[in-house]
Write a protein that binds this ligand. Structure first.
Ligand code: PRP
Length: 191
């Protein structure tokens, strides 16, 4: 049984297909590979949501000739939403990076930016550790409810102002493994 079968009846509509997401990641990879050509790069994925985009982006960069001299992949884990459908506004560090970021070219990889508090928190935290450079890459941008003015260097796709799931994004820890980005039926929230 496919994930799409499991979630049948709960999805209102597909917003970005698997192929559209793959193309967006390809475009992000080309831009990042060009900007870090010949330099070592640390891709820092923000769990849990950015698990999938970090994996796919790092491999897309590897397929590009004349990209970074080396690519290291690391993860940290923060959470702000809990089980609610809107952010609590409080960012909690659940797991820090495995390796130090000092002196390295760091690109934070996020699945989505909404109110911006998570990325603001991470930029302040990691920027304070004296990386050689610090940039941010977000696959899905929801620019409608920003609470802080946070800079994003690489944006993949702009998502509509809906509660979205799939490609790493969850509702109560489900739907992360959906290969596309989708809008949930509102009745799912009412349960
Ligand atoms: C999601 C997402 C981002 C953050 C963005 O994480 O992965 O990290 O919210 O929202 P913001 O711009 O409003 O701060 P979440 O806290 O839901 O944890 P998860 O990645 O484990 O699902």
């Amino acid at each position: 049984m496919k994930a799409t079968d499991t979630y049948e009846g709960t999805i209102e509509r597909t917003l970005f297909s698997e192929a559209e997401i793959a193309q967006a990641i390809e475009r992000l990879a080309m831009r990042i590979a060009a900007d870090y050509r010949g330099k070592p790069l640390l891709l820092l994925g923000v769990l849990k949501g950015a698990l999938y985009v970090t994996v796919d982006l790092s491999r897309a960069i590897a397929r590009i000739v004349d990209g970074p001299s080396e690519v290291c992949v690391d993860y940290l884990c923060v959470s702000s939403y809990g089980s609610a459908t809107r952010s609590s506004g409080e960012v909690r560090m659940l797991k820090d990076t495995t390796h130090p970021v000092t002196g390295r070219n760091v690109v934070i990889v996020e699945d989505i930016i909404d109110n911006g508090l998570t990325l603001e928190y991470l930029q302040a935290l990691l920027g304070g550790r004296n990386p050689a450079s610090l940039a941010s890459c977000v696959l899905f941008d929801k620019p409608y409810h920003r609470r802080v003015d946070v800079e994003v260097d690489y944006v993949g796709l702009v998502a509509p102002d809906e509660f979205v799931v799939g490609y790493g994004l969850d509702y109560q820890e489900l739907f992360r493994n959906l290969p596309s980005l989708a809008q949930l039926r509102s009745r799912v929230f009412a349960q």
